[in-house]
Structures are given as structure tokens and as C-alpha cells.
Design a protein. Structure first.
Length: 353
């Protein structure tokens, strides 16, 4: 898998025959078995990391090909107004966030090639993170104990999820959790912020003057295409994902994650709206998958998911994620799956994540 992720950086603008390359790469991504972690070798890349402190076994960390920042993070983001954008398909997905009355969008056509954006919005320094292997997009506050952190990509994976590092201490962070798992800051957690992945059409319609992330160099990567061809329609063997996934749930189907609870997107699609206590989950059509066709704007429709909480003042946005089911099973092993009608749920056995 590390070799597959490292290969992403070698792509440039679309060229004849890229479709075949992308298809081959998509097959490799979930079939390679990268070598287990080797902290002695890692020290050459991360001399400031305190590898004596960790909360996870080193053998869970995979390293095979990609290296420190070979998947380059964005540290000086460039933006255009939404109503000035012409090269993004209307149904292409963007990760949007609103803080302090300021709204921005980060297209997945860019994020899948860079995975990390260090930005500041509404006066708040934020980390925009996206791991295409588990389809997890989370925004975090970069402030921790009075210090503002800046983040890069270790090039390593744990449970198929990106491991980030901070420049300040070179501690390693699990993207899905926003938690430091190796180094001085082990056990520390970043504060997640409400965000959502929605179609560009929805975002632009609601905020035409808002800023949209654009590549600093339009031809530096094959923006608009994806190497993750047909991944979310694969029926991979469950043995490839050694996690406690409930019977009837496919590892690569999408789930809506709110804390320690998960709902399958397909079920939400059938119902249109699900209410649980004060939570309101809704689904609407019109968003391309980045894990389907080579050109994202031809990707199949996976719909838009919104999760809000009922308050005395109305509905307010909450922190949630829409990921592949295996990621919830891997990182929320004691979590609850809502798989049936009403209160019918299935709870995973609790175990170390």
C-alpha cells in the first residue's frame, strides 16, 4: 500500500493511457501488504521524534514506499471565489467549513493528492485532513496547549489511515482520530471542528462569494482525476480488513460517523432522514464519488450527507465524518452500529484501537 500511495506523487497532468494506469493502481491500493514498522529506519527521516513514547504497537504502522512529505501538504493555500471557478464539475465533492462567519471549500480533487492543508479561517488556525484510502475528511483546530501546530505527512499508514506529524515536536498523529500516537505529544488530541463534504454546486449556491482552494500550479498533479478507480464498488474479502465489522456490512461501503455511532449511508439513502435523540441525519442526491470513475465528474452519485443537532435555537452543525465502514470498525472498536429500524443496534466488542 505504501508503494501505491507513493506512486500518486509521480503522476502529473492526465495523459493517454492514464485510465489503465489508474485502474491498475486502484487494484494495488487495497491488495499490497506493506512491511511493518521499523523505528530505527524512521529515525533518519524524523530525528526529533521521541520513539520511546507511543500508544500503539510499531508493527501496526506500515511503511513501504512513501516517505516524509512525499505526498506534499499544502502550507500556503491559494484560493478563488466560488463564482469564479470554471473547472470543477457541479457535483464534484468539496470539504467545506465555516468559522466566525467565514466559509471556505477544499475540493477533494485537490485534497486526494495532498491530504493535508494548513490554513487559518475566521482567525482560527485549522488542519484540513483527508485520507482517500479510508475516505475520511476531518477538520481540526491546530491549537494545542497554547501552541499552534503545523502538520505534514509521515508517509506511513495505520489501519489504512494516514499518519500525520507536527513540525513542532515531530510527534505522529492518527488522521482519523486527531490523536498523537508516537512522540512527545502521545495521547494528546486535537479538537475536531464541524465540516461537511458536499457537492460544489451546493456549496457555490449557498456561498457564491466564498473562497475555494485551487492548486498553486494547475499541472503539478492530475487534478480532476483519481487513481482510486472503482474502489468503492469492490466487494473485497473481509479477511483483508482484520477488524470487527458486523455481518452484512461491506468493508468499503460508506458509513456516517458521529462520535462512537455509525449509520450506513445506503440505509440513510433509503430513508432520506434519520433522527436519533437530538441528532438529525439527512441524505440528498447529487455528489460524485472520487473512488469510482477516472475523471471525478463522471463518478457515480453517492449523495450528500448532513448531520445536525436540534437545539432551542434550531438545528446546528455537529462534527461527523463519512468514511468506509472498515475505518469505523478499526478506530471505534467499542462503537455502536445502527443497522436496523428504531433502536435496533449492534455494538462491537471493545478492544484496543
Amino acid at each position: 500500500m505504501g508503494r501505491a500511495r507513493a506512486a500518486l506523487n509521480r503522476f502529473r497532468a492526465p495523459a493517454p493511457g492514464l485510465g489503465a494506469v489508474a485502474l491498475s493502481l486502484s487494484i494495488l491500493i487495497l491488495s499490497l501488504s506493506p512491511s511493518a514498522g521499523d523505528p530505527v529506519r524512521w529515525m533518519k527521516e524524523f530525528p526529533a521524534t521521541d520513539f520511546s513514547k507511543r500508544s500503539v504497537p510499531f508493527e501496526d504502522i506500515r511503511s513501504d514506499g512513501a516517505r516524509r512529505d512525499s505526498i506534499s501538504p499544502i502550507t500556503a493555500p491559494t484560493f478563488k471565489r466560488a463564482d469564479k471557478i470554471r473547472d470543477i464539475g457541479p457535483l464534484e465533492p468539496v470539504l467545506s467549513v465555516e468559522i466566525g462567519g467565514e466559509t471556505r471549500a477544499y475540493p477533494l480533487r485537490v485534497l486526494l493528492w495532498h491530504e493535508i492543508v494548513n490554513d487559518t479561517i475566521g482567525g482560527v488556525p485549522i488542519l484540513v485532513s483527508y485520507c482517500p484510502l479510508c475516505a475520511s475528511g476531518v477538520v481540526f483546530d491546530r491549537r494545542l496547549d497554547g501552541t499552534t501546530l503545523a502538520f505534514g505527512n509521515t508517509g506511513r499508514l495505520r489501519h489504512f489511515d494516514m499518519i500525520m506529524y507536527d513540525h513542532n515536536t515531530e510527534s505522529w498523529w492518527q488522521q482519523f482520530l486527531g490523536e498523537a500516537i508516537v512522540g512527545t505529544l502521545t495521547g494528546k488530541k486535537l479538537k475536531p471542528l464541524p465540516s461537511k463534504i458536499e457537492s460544489f454546486e451546493l456549496f457555490r449556491g449557498a456561498a457564491p462569494n466564498a473562497k475555494v482552494l485551487v492548486p498553486a500550479h494547475a499541472t503539478a498533479r492530475a487534478y480532476g482525476t483519481t487513481p482510486y478507480v472503482r474502489i468503492d464498488s469492490r466487494r473485497d474479502k473481509r479477511s483483508r480488513f482484520p477488524f470487527d465489522i458486523p455481518d452484512g456490512v461491506l468493508p468499503l461501503e460508506r458509513a456516517v460517523i458521529v462520535g462512537n455511532e455509525a449509520w450506513l449511508v445506503e440505509r440513510l439513502k433509503e430513508k432520506g432522514r434519520i433522527e436519533k435523540d437530538d441528532l438529525v441525519l439527512s441524505w440528498s442526491p447529487g455528489q460524485n464519488s472520487i473512488h469510482d470513475a477516472r475523471w471525478i465528474h463522471f463518478g457515480r452519485d453517492i449523495g450528500n450527507v448532513t448531520v445536525q443537532r436540534k437545539t432551542d435555537q434550531g438545528l446546528e452543525d455537529v462534527v461527523y465524518d463519512v468514511t468506509f465502514a472498515f475505518a469505523f470498525a478499526a478506530f471505534r472498536p467499542g462503537g455502536t452500529w445502527h443497522l436496523g429500524d428504531g433502536e435496533a443496534t449492534e455494538k462491537q466488542e471493545d478492544s484496543e484501537n
